[in-house]
Design a binder for this molecule. Sequence first.
Ligand code: AMP
Length: 222
Amino acid sequence: MKIVLLGPPGAGKGTLAKIVKDQLKVPHISTGDILREEIARQSGLGLKVKSYMDKGELVPDDLVIALIEKKLSDPAIKSKGYMLDGFPRNTHQAQTLGKILENIGQPLDFALYMTASLAVILRRLSGRRVCKQCGTVYHLTNRPAKQEGVCDLCGAVLYQRADDNEETIRKRMDVYWESTRPMLDYYQTQDKLRTFDGDLETEEVFEILLKMLHEDTKVDHH
Ligand code: AMP
C-alpha cells in the first residue's frame, strides 16, 4: 500500500495510520512525529524547527523534504509500501515528493483526503493526549486511557502536544487553508484523490479503506 494521508489537523490521519500499521504492517511515516522526537532529543534539527512548530507554522520545505527522502530510502518501503502522514503540506512538497517517488520507483496508489468539520476538529484536538513513548493517540472523553494519564499499551505517560492549544490550533487551521488545501488540486488532476469522511470513527474509516483497496485490486486483476 502506497498512500499519503491528507486533511486538516484533527481529521484522524495519525490514528488511522496507526491502525493500518498494526493490522497491515505498512510503515507509518509522520513528519510531525519525527520532528517532535528531534525536539525531545534537542538535536540540531529539533532546535531549528521548535519555534515554527510552537507557533503552528510550517517548518521550511528543505528540512522536511530531506527528512522524507531519507525515510523513503529505507528498504522496508520497497517491500511494504508507505503511509505518509503530514507530508506533503503544500504544492511544492507534493511536486517534490512526486519526483522522489518516481526516482525510487514507488509511485503513489492514492492520496486519501480526510475531511472533518470544524466542531469535530476542535473537540478532537483540545482533548487529545498522546503517549510519550509509543505515540498512541487518546482523547479525554472519546478514547480515554484505562488509567488516566497512562498509556494502555506500554504504560508510559500521556502528554498534551504543545501546539494543541486554542490559539495554535487556530493558526494551524489558517495554514491548512492557505498552504495545504490548495495542494489537493495536484492529486485531483492526477486522479489519485479519494475523499473520506473524517467525522466518522477511525475504525469505520479503516473499513472503508479496506473495501476501497479490495475494489482496486479486483480492477487490477481483470
Ligand atoms: P502534525 O503532527 O502533522 O500535526 O505536524 C505538527 C507540526 O509539525 C506542524 O504544525 C508543522 O509545524 C510541522 N510539520 C509537520 N509536517 C510538516 C511538513 N510536511 N511541512 C512543514 N511543516 C511540517
